[in-house]
Design a protein around this ligand. Structure first.
Ligand code: SF4
Length: 363
């Protein structure tokens, strides 16, 4: 089956970005945001991810804190936003000293956590005025069931209650729609609204399929001689079922009708109800929002827990320990990747990748 992933060319007037995205993609730019995956360790044997359906508990090697400190020294002059994630970032042994260093370098910081260990880090979070995003796998019952730990929901909520009591006002709650939790989304809003989060984010999962992986593999083999990451295929086949997408569409419509005017509720991607069904469809997801382009390889690199500089799902342009960040970022591998992306505008998986939907001004 031919998938028309390289759709019509996008013109400057089509894209509603607050920046000159063509100029940005044609010149050198310092990243606006870095995502640091500090560790692949998780608190739960059944891991869920903030954006993906990927279930993995692989314990990959971690970088020593001295390497991260050198990296922050190197990039601090750009005063970027730095997102600390994992796995579970609070499991990284030197988490607090990293947080201190980021503060000393005037980097805005966001922690993305499952919240299970939050109680042990209250003081540093309050002292550093960092933003906090806590990811839930459902309301109480579904969250505990999906993660396989009876008190996981209560522990997170209790810690968030403590932060609120202490006057902390930078809490974002994150909820990825899954077949086992979609029916609980409204109950979750009711239960957590007293925490006064700055934002509630409801995310459609980022996922691939064997067909999509084959199409990506063809691109990767031809252009980059590197394999496309198999981990993006979800283990739950029900994610692609029509009933699931219909349920998601109903729940999104209900939340928009009943809560969107009173709370800052964000859907990502923010798509129409008919596009929600397309998003989960094998044949039609690449038709969604055809005018969007991805800016991740120019603005939002991910540094993996082994130091790889990732510009895209599974595409490493170098390593912060081997050639250093700036040489990887400005090197031939990065340039070639960006050129290819500008030629095709989208890869087959882009419409199911959360990076496509990030806006520069809101990142
Ligand atoms: S949107 Fe596409 S180009 Fe951008 S990171 Fe995702 S898969 Fe890569």
């Amino acid at each position: 089956m031919a998938i028309p992933h390289n759709l019509e060319k996008v013109s400057k007037d089509d894209v509603k970005y607050a920046v000159d995205y063509k100029g940005l993609r044609n010149g050198f730019s310092a990243p606006q945001k870095f995502v640091l995956k500090l560790t692949s360790k998780t608190n739960f044997s059944h891991r869920f991810d903030t954006q993906e359906c990927v279930v993995t508990s692989a314990d990959e090697p971690e970088l020593p804190v001295s390497v991260w400190e050198g990296f922050i020294d190197n990039i601090g002059w750009t005063t970027p936003k730095v997102v600390l994630t994992g796995g579970e970032p609070l499991l990284y042994p030197d988490f607090e000293s990293l947080l201190d260093m980021l503060g000393e370098n005037n980097c805005r910081t966001e922690i993305i956590t499952d919240g299970y260990l939050l109680n042990d880090y209250m003081d540093s979070i309050l002292a550093d005025h960092t933003e906090l995003t806590v990811c839930f796998a459902g309301d109480e019952k579904s969250h505990n069931k999906i993660l396989g730990v009876d008190d996981s929901f209560q522990r997170s909520i209790s810690a968030l209650g403590g932060l609120k009591k202490a006057g902390y006002e930078k809490i974002t709650l994150h909820y990825t729609f899954l077949p086992d939790n979609v029916s609980d989304a409204v109950a979750f809003i009711e239960r957590t609204k007293s925490l006064s989060p700055v934002k509630m984010v409801f995310q459609h999962p980022q996922f691939s399929s064997p067909l999509l992986n084959n199409l990506m593999q063809a691109c990767w083999d031809k252009e980059y001689s590197a394999g496309f990451d198999e981990r993006h295929i979800p283990t739950a086949t029900s994610i692609k079922a029509a009933e699931f997408s219909e349920k998601v569409a109903d729940v999104v419509a209900e939340i928009k009708a009943c809560y969107a005017s009173d709370f800052n509720i964000v859907f990502t991607p923010d798509i129409s109800v008919s596009d929600i069904k397309r998003y989960y469809s094998e044949q039609e997801h690449f038709l969604i929002l055809p005018k969007r382009v991805c800016l991740k390889p120019w603005q939002f690199p991910t540094i993996e827990s082994n130091g790889d500089v990732s510009l895209c799902l599974g595409y490493a342009a170098g390593n912060i320990q081997a050639e250093g960040f700036w040489d990887a970022w400005g090197g031939d591998k990065s340039d070639n990747f960006r050129k290819k992306l500008m030629t095709v505008e989208r890869f087959p998986i882009c419409t199911r990748c959360s990076s496509l939907y990030q806006d520069v001004e809101t990142a």
